[in-house]
Design a protein around this ligand. Sequence first.
Ligand SMILES: NC(=O)c1ccc[n+]([C@@H]2O[C@H](COP(=O)([O-])OP(=O)(O)OC[C@H]3O[C@@H](n4cnc5c(N)ncnc54)[C@H](OP(=O)(O)O)[C@@H]3O)[C@@H](O)[C@H]2O)c1
Ligand SMILES: *[C@@H]1O[C@H](CO)[C@@H](O)[C@H](O)[C@H]1NC(C)=O
Ligand SMILES: *[C@@H]1O[C@H](CO)[C@@H](O)[C@H](O)[C@H]1NC(C)=O
Ligand SMILES: *[C@@H]1O[C@H](CO)[C@@H](O)[C@H](O)[C@H]1NC(C)=O
Length: 334
Amino acid sequence: MRLTTALLSLAASALAIENNNDAAQIPLEPSTVLPTEPLTLDTIPLLGFGTWNLKDNVSEAVSWAIQTGYRHIDCADAYGNEDKVGKGISDGLLKTGLQRSDLWVTSKLWNNAHGTSAPEAAIETTLKRLGVGYLDLYHMHWPVSQSTFGNNKIEYRDTWAAMGLLLEKGKTRHIGVSNFDPEQLKDLLNHTSHPPSVHQMELHPYLQQNDWIAFHEKHNIHVTAYSPFAGTNPTYSWPEGVSPILNNTVLQKIAKKRDCTAAQVALAWGMHRGTSVIPKSQHKKYIEQNFGSLKCELKKKDIKKIDELGEAHLRFNNPSKGWKVDLYKGLEGV
Ligand SMILES: NC(=O)c1ccc[n+]([C@@H]2O[C@H](COP(=O)([O-])OP(=O)(O)OC[C@H]3O[C@@H](n4cnc5c(N)ncnc54)[C@H](OP(=O)(O)O)[C@@H]3O)[C@@H](O)[C@H]2O)c1
Ligand SMILES: *[C@@H]1O[C@H](CO)[C@@H](O)[C@H](O)[C@H]1NC(C)=O
Ligand SMILES: *[C@@H]1O[C@H](CO)[C@@H](O)[C@H](O)[C@H]1NC(C)=O
Ligand SMILES: *[C@@H]1O[C@H](CO)[C@@H](O)[C@H](O)[C@H]1NC(C)=O
């Protein structure tokens, strides 16, 4: 079965969600051949586990996620916990009897490792910390190199070319970008023979970016939604007068009707539109509850109501001031 995001209908999306538990959907052994096809939704599990801000019982949380059924773990060098996440991965595999190849492991290249030679050393460090031989997906975390902060300069072409070599060397099965704006992505597409397989960006009911998602569908680039609970994480804060998303009455009413929680409704909505979602939690009960979103069935009228929340245009992750670079030009919520 080969579904492209462009072809994804409501029915197909429901099917993809159902199939998420199915071992057949899980990616195969790492390949040393360059993937020539864009990622399809039956290769990246639509529900993943986020690891930013995981502190204290990091390994326990990751292991619990795997034991609960998550098969996709979202990591990054910048989160400063890849060694502990790696312990959680090996513990989870041990406890479930699964193998490395049953998981989809994503990580990201930090801004201090841009350029032609640094990416290889960076991925080697990440692989070692995570205790895996290869990644399924390696993102460029941001289109900016730390060395150009303050000059309002953006650098990604050389870094992207270097990441392409990591594919050829079998260090990662796919490469992707994160936090690019339309001009940057179009420019990258114009200057590479290997388009990104995945773009990871902030997306939730308060920041829906429909046109931007449509652009990716057109180019067969899968989209992963980060911060699926909007401003809920401890690093962000809610603007005055805005109801925290999990307290939103629209989501709560739908949740009550469909026998879900507001968190599950937000995640189910994200998967329903073809994006993968990567909620983070350090609590067993939330890890389990969020996994239950695969069973939260939304009706068309629910989707319509959630779509209306998009008028908020709220973006929580924007480091452009601190880094002195323009980010997200032309996108919602800037
Ligand atoms: N590419 C990028 O630049 C980028 C940027 C941001 C995030 N990300 C990725 O996306 C992942 C998710 O985003 P995020 O960490 O920003 O935030 P998030 O997953 O949207 O929200 C996490 C927050 O929600 C709470 N929570 C989780 N499940 C809950 C539930 N069922 N009920 C109530 N509260 C719940 C968590 O609390 P507890 O942990 O206390 O349980 C935590 O405070 C990250 O971990 C990271 O992997 C990537
Ligand atoms: C982590 O510790 C907290 C506090 O003791 C607990 O509530 C939570 O369930 C623990 N998480 C895991 C995955 O063990
Ligand atoms: C990409 O190439 C197309 C076709 O040559 C051109 O029209 C477009 O302006 C280019 N975009 C960018 C951002 O360079
Ligand atoms: C949101 O809901 C939680 C739990 O139901 C509650 O403790 C909190 O006070 C609510 N916050 C707001 C701003 O309504």
